[in-house]
Write a protein of this length. Structure first.
Lengths: 313, 510, 295
């Protein structure tokens, strides 16, 4: 099959496909089929499994963690990995494994919150801009362009300087940074759907804008947005780490991977495990979100409308 | 996070860095010898870029690291014990009533542009600080007149006896002598014209370069020049030292001390500093206005453990401000960690536990973040829940100024005189009394100490004041850290100093 | 745009004057400094003064250092430009061959390896990679300096040595992103009708590839390279810090920390303008490359 770039767009709606069906109901992505296809992509499946595990770990953190993550014991500090402390101990004698487990909760929560914010606001903006076009499009997207023109980390730093540090504000800062990305993807996707037969048909029989948007446009524009969500989660986790690394994110003594990495940095040549394990945790989580995003893209968005922003900068 | 940022270590005001202008105050082995004088360039790795090079305007330590080698003051702290000794002033006399100080200036001193140094330059420099209300004008609070009866004499007249006048005008290069009309003639922010051993060659975003000033009054420096290279990351600075890119650095985190002790590629030295770190509680926020509550907290803190955690043993626990090596040190340690007694004090004070206390720290000084976590775990045992707030320094200072805090944790750096240790922080209307401490007895003692000219009597006054301050827990004193610096083996003629002044006048390359 | 820049910056709490004074506070000095900085003026007036001067290229004077903002930025421009261009070069050197090879043999071993590598490149935290590289190449092996910057004219060898590690770190990340674009756009071009037609006509493979495939695949490549370049030019804050690289990102971060409004405003304005200019250049290149766009 030379030249066939990617798997056939099985779950992706096409005009002919929809046209022959009813004018009332636009096709939705077929979930079962999507999952089935995903399952046939072993990398994506493994990535999804690891992520589920991570989420479970984050939910049951206190039970999973062998020690109290904030239990200080200066006498036990900087111990190399051993049976008692599989990941070793940090400069205050805290168990690094426990802190990595607890850190999963912090990093994922910030990541999910950030992307949820970006998704809701960005998708709404993109939807309105794409659907109504004309001046609405102009005004909204110009504003998005301005926002997009700010360097991501600096924008987040400025937001954090205004709002003060902390997990919630970090999520907000990262969320704001990714709003334009979602707005663009949604808009592009909506533009593709807007003139489809079923939408025009629906409009001609007098469906309200609201109904058109929620029943027809959004569901059909969704696949690239879903892919973007997975990829953005990867970048959000990276961005949280970078901001905590700069001291603006999560506050001590609470463990977040970025903060642990930053704290461990000063010990890298005398106790590598301080920075190594949180670094690996960030890397693996981000990798899984990216692999899952790739798998989803193959299935949902073969035409690659999704934006791939650069490495969490 | 630990620091990335090129931090404007602005805490500075506090950094009364000192200096030694000339070669003569540092006598270290090696003297002169063979390297032929014009030697190569010493490359020093420092943590940050100077914010600006106007000695009267900057408050940043990275600036003073450079300026130390470019400018001189009338007097300088001796490298040994930090007492004041001659520099641009050769000698001085005090009138009977202590209100008139007459300085005789050194002869044959020239600025880097070749012009002669005389008393007009001193008058100009001091008047600039006073008249323009620059950062250090508070140091002239008791000075009513600056006059130059002849080119070699400067007379300072005072409103009250000021036993620490020499410290006030010589503690650091913030009191540097500029040539007359310097501010009009050159752009002091980026250019320099001093009398120090090195002249400023260039300064950009990656390094500041100095070249030896051959006509320096104390003799030409041994090296041909000094390059201050900014390496923010401690690990990178150390690597640079180990592989020979740089020959000196002060960007050495305390946890490295042990592993560097037996590293042949690095010569590491530590010496007790004149800095102290403390915790301060807000008297305007009950229950921290209650002496028993503050004493309970003081009793619950294990200072040794805090010092060990934050400084890896490179700090001495201390319950007063002034370190052991100082003449003004007071051996007074009334608080022995006692959790039960602390609990009892809290309940006596009628405090419901758990009591929540916000503790403001800043990532400008990462050790405060580490230490705060240890303090939090110690206070947890007496039912005080500490909520750590890590702020950037700008926000931190803002909230300190507005009194918007339960407690904060910071240090005062580079102190030389007991007045600098206690007066502005604990006097009722002291400008840095953010905690709101007020004790008439302390006020009176500090007042007397400020004008007492007899050293021993003066020490007694400050001892008494310090005892009350410690008992009342106006500040909860924690420890005095060490100065930690490292250089290439074989580097000669450099001396690590308690006041963290970096003087390269007599340094010789390996 | 300039209003947004100004407003955002002014929202940041924290008082630059108090910060300049440090911990030793004195009301009289404070008032004197405040008046000198112009911060005691109403905000609208501050904005008008700033915007009026900005139009003429005068971005004001730094609170922190007293130097003009333009000279502070100019001082850091060479380092930023050097790193950005070197990184893009590294990125393209990685991305173009890797992406093309994987697209030519989809689903082969080479393709899979390339995909995994690019995924790893995107997922590794930059600052983490930077620290590890310093430790290995500057520390253990001692082959390269640990950071810093020297001008090309001063010391060409030192310039190249210092540039290598940061350029590799940022280049690998950007390169991984670009690899994926190259792969998918080459694939798409290979499947396009005119390419198939050309193949059917029996044109030599090489000619088909260079003339039809690469030319079409170039368009998305230009876009994504432009986006990456814009990121790089606005200063890779974290990498600059780890490598002590005196670029604009460092300057902007310091300005935030010092509440140095004029510098921050100037830097952000420059980033925004850079971004717009790059977009414009990308558009122009499009017209040059794509025969379908004729305006």
């Amino acid at each position: 099959m030379t030249g066939a770039p990617l798997p056939e767009p099985a779950a992706s709606p096409t005009a002919t496909d929809a046209g022959v069906r009813s004018t009332q109901r636009a096709p939705r992505p077929r979930w079962r089929e999507t999952l089935g296809l995903l399952a046939r992509n072993p990398t994506a499946a493994i990535a999804a499994a690891v992520l589920v595990l991570l989420v479970l770990m984050a939910v049951f953190d206190e039970t999973v963690a062998p020690d109290g993550p904030n239990e200080i014991s200066v006498d036990d500090r900087l111990q190399a990995p051993s049976w008692a402390h599989p990941f070793g101990t940090d400069d205050l004698g805290r168990d690094i494994l426990s802190r990595v487990v607890l850190g999963a909760g912090v990093s994922l929560r910030v990541g999910f919150l950030a992307v949820a914010f970006a998704l809701v606001v960005g998708a709404l903006v993109g939807l309105l801009a794409g659907f109504y076009g004309r001046w609405v499009d102009d005004v909204l997207m110009r504003f998005m362009d301005v926002l997009f023109a700010f360097p991501a980390v600096l924008l987040a730093i400025a937001v954090l300087a205004v709002r003060g540090p902390g997990a919630g504000n970090t999520a907000l800062a990262i969320g704001i940074v990714y709003v334009p990305v979602f707005a663009r993807v949604t808009r592009a996707s909506v533009l593709g759907v807007r003139e489809e037969v079923y939408v025009r048909a629906s409009r001609s029989v007098g469906a309200s804008d609201w109904r058109l948007l929620t029943r027809h446009v959004l569901p059909n524009a969704a696949p690239p947005i879903i892919v973007q969500t997975s990829i953005s989660l990867a970048f959000a986790v990276l961005a949280e780490a970078a901001l905590s690394f700069l001291g603006l994110g999560t506050q001590p003594p609470n463990p977040s991977w970025g903060l642990m990495l930053a704290e461990g940095r000063g010990f890298i040549d005398i106790a590598w495990w301080l920075a190594f394990f949180p670094g690996m945790a960030i890397f693996l989580t981000v990798l899984c979100f990216n692999l899952l995003g790739d798998g989803l893209r193959d299935v949902l968005d073969p035409r690659q409308r999704t934006l791939m922003a650069g490495g969490g900068r | 996070m630990r620091t990335n940022r090129l931090l404007p270590l602005a805490a500075a005001a506090a950094l009364l860095l000192s200096a030694c202008g000339g070669g003569e105050s540092v006598d270290t082995g090696g003297g002169g010898g063979g390297s032929g004088g014009e030697g190569g360039t010493l490359v020093a790795a420092v943590a940050a870029q100077p914010d600006q090079l106007d000695p009267h305007q900057t408050t940043a330590y990275p600036s003073f690291q450079v300026l130390e080698n470019v400018y001189d003051t009338l007097v300088v702290p001796n490298a040994e014990d930090l007492t004041m000794e001659p520099s641009l002033a050769e000698s001085w006399e005090t009138s009977e009533d202590g209100l008139t100080w007459t300085f005789t200036l050194r002869e044959g001193v020239t600025f880097h542009d070749g012009s002669e140094f005389d008393s007009a330059d001193v008058v100009y420099s001091y008047r600039r600080i006073i008249d323009e209300e620059l950062q250090n004008s508070y140091r002239f609070a008791t000075v009513t007149g600056v006059e130059a009866p002849d080119p070699r004499t400067v007379v300072l007249t005072l409103s009250q006896p000021t036993p620490n006048l020499l410290e006030r005008i010589g503690a650091f290069k913030g009191m540097a002598i500029l040539p007359e009309n310097a501010a009009e003639d050159i752009d002091l922010v980026t250019e320099a014209n001093g009398t120090g051993p090195f002249r400023l060659e260039s300064s950009d975003a990656s390094s500041t370069v100095l070249t030896a000033y051959e006509d320096h009054w104390g003799g030409a420096p041994s090296v041909g020049g000094v390059e201050f290279r900014y390496i923010t990351e401690p690990a990178a600075a150390l690597t640079a030292l180990q592989n020979g890119e740089v020959q000196w650095t002060d960007n050495v985190p305390p946890q490295q001390i042990e592993s560097l002790a037996d590293d042949d590629s690095v010569e590491l030295q530590t010496t007790p500093s004149v800095d102290y770190w403390y915790l301060s509680m807000n008297y305007a926020r009950p229950p921290f206005d209650n002496r028993d509550v503050r004493r309970a907290i003081s009793l619950a803190v294990d200072r040794e453990a805090v010092a060990e955690a934050a400084w890896f043993g490179a700090a001495q626990a201390n319950q007063t401000a002034i370190p052991e090596d100082s003449f003004f040190h007071l051996d007074y340690a009334p608080f022995e960690r006692d959790v039960d007694q602390a609990r009892q004090l809290l309940s006596q004070a009628g405090v419901q536990t758990p009591l929540t206390m916000g503790l403001m720290v800043t990532d400008e000084f990462p050790e405060t973040v580490t230490a705060a976590q240890v303090i939090a775990s110690q206070l947890e045992e007496i039912g005080v829940t500490v909520e750590i707030e890590t702020l950037d320094f700008a926000t931190w200072l803002d909230r300190q100024g507005q009194g918007d805090f339960d407690a904060f944790y910071l240090g005062w750096l580079g102190n030389l005189d007991p007045a600098a240790y206690y007066q502005e922080q604990h006097q009722t209307d002291g400008p840095n009394n953010y905690q709101g401490y007020s004790n008439p007895q302390v006020d009176q003692l500090l007042q007397q100490g400020a004008v007492e000219t007899d050293e021993d009597a003066r020490k007694q006054l400050y001892d008494q004041a310090a005892q009350i301050i410690v008992d009342d827990v106006s500040y909860l004193y924690l420890y005095n850290p060490d100065v930690v610096q490292a250089w290439a083996p074989g580097l000669q003629g450099y001396r690590i100093r308690a006041d963290k002044a970096i003087d390269f006048a007599t340094v010789e390359l390996p | 745009m300039s209003v947004v820049v100004f407003a955002l910056v002014q929202l940041v709490p924290g008082d630059p004057i108090r910060l300049a004074l440090g911990t030793r506070f004195d009301q009289e000095t404070y008032d004197a400094l405040l008046a000198r900085s112009g911060l005691d003026q109403p905000l609208v007036q501050q904005y008008l003064t700033w915007a009026g001067r900005a139009v003429t290229g005068d971005l004001g004077v730094s609170f922190r250092s007293g130097e003009t903002v333009t000279s502070l930025i100019a001082e850091r421009l060479p380092a930023t430009l050097t790193l950005a261009l070197a990184s893009i070069l590294v990125a393209l050197l990685i991305a173009v061959p890797l992406g093309t090879i994987s697209a030519l043999r989809p689903r082969s071993l080479v393709d899979r390896v390339a995909t995994v590598l690019s995924q790893i490149g995107i997922s590794v935290p930059e600052f983490w990679m930077a620290i590890v590289l310093i430790l290995v190449f500057a520390g253990t092996l001692g082959w390269l300096p640990s950071g810093g910057y020297v001008g090309l004219t001063e010391d060409p060898a030192g310039w190249a040595q210092r540039l290598l590690l940061p350029a590799v770190v940022t280049g690998v990340v950007s390169g991984s992103v670009i690899t994926r674009f190259v792969r998918s756009s080459v694939l798409e071009a290979l499947g396009a009708d005119h390419v198939r037609t050309a193949q059917a006509k029996g044109l030599p493979r090489r000619q088909v590839f260079t003339w039809h495939v690469l030319r079409n695949a170039l368009l998305p490549l230009v876009t994504v390279t432009g986006v990456q370049l814009a990121y790089l030019l606005s200063g890779v804050v974290v990498v600059e810090i780890v490598f002590s690289w005196p670029g604009l990102g460092q300057l902007a971060l310091q300005a935030v920390q010092a509440r140095d409004y004029p510098v921050l405003q100037g830097a952000i304005l420059l980033f925004a303008v850079t971004f717009l200019v790059i977009n414009l250049v990308v558009d122009l290149l499009y017209t040059a490359i794509d025969p379908r766009i004729r305006r």
